[in-house]
Design a binder for this molecule. Sequence first.
Ligand SMILES: [Zn+2]
Length: 286
Amino acid sequence: MLFDDMRHGAAATCPPTVPTAAPARGRGGAALRALLATLALLAAAAADAGSAAILVYHRFGEVVADSMTTRTATFAAQLVRLRAEGYAIVPLATVVDGLAGRAPLPEKAVAITVDDGHRTVYTELLPIIRRERLPVTLFIYPSAIANAAYALTWEQLAEIVVSGLVDVQSHTWWHPDFRVERRRLAPDAYRQFVREQLEKPRRTLRSRLGTEAAMLAWPFGIHDAELETAAAEAGYRAAFALGERHASDRDPPLALPRYLIVDGLGVAGLLRLLRDGARRAPEAPR
Ligand SMILES: [Zn+2]
């Protein structure tokens, strides 16, 4: 039901059609042309408001310890430059509501997400979040929390949530590769496995942090129509994959693309990625 509501909402935000100009002459014609030019500008603005950039980071640190680490200094420099270039860094929920037509979406909206619940979210990122009043969404898989050496603890997560700037969402229960599990399991067992991977994090986040996780990041970006249906049934209203382009109001809400950010992009590379990706957002209804 939620899924249908969101699709309906997205369709309602399609930019208006600009009337084609009929041949016009004289002063009246000039006024008409000016009016049509204004309408075209308004339509272009509406089209811009229908997309946003969603970034996904993983780990932070002083040095690039692995391919998923972004140097904290690189991240800080990217923030400064994004803001200087007129990007509006907004909560992910604002992007989701904006794409669904439930709320206004600022122009050049950017949402920052961080996957996997690495402890450097606490040691490196949280000070920046507080200093910059930065809205961030974390996607965690709760089986790792307080268990894996690299992962955050529940106490750290609770402290992060108290900042009021961070929401914690689901990255499934243990970050499976759904393609592998589909091959490994019988159809019924696979469906049960998917259901548990999607439902258990919501229950755990509710009991551990008192939060309602309505958003999901697909592990490895892997998803298909069956998984999207299962996510809607489990209560998710938005889900995120990977893709080098903006998310658009024409994208299915349970398969919104995010830009994978790695340290090598630096500042200039990130800006280039966003400029190119804005042009790749789908323009025709799907
Ligand atoms: Zn992940």
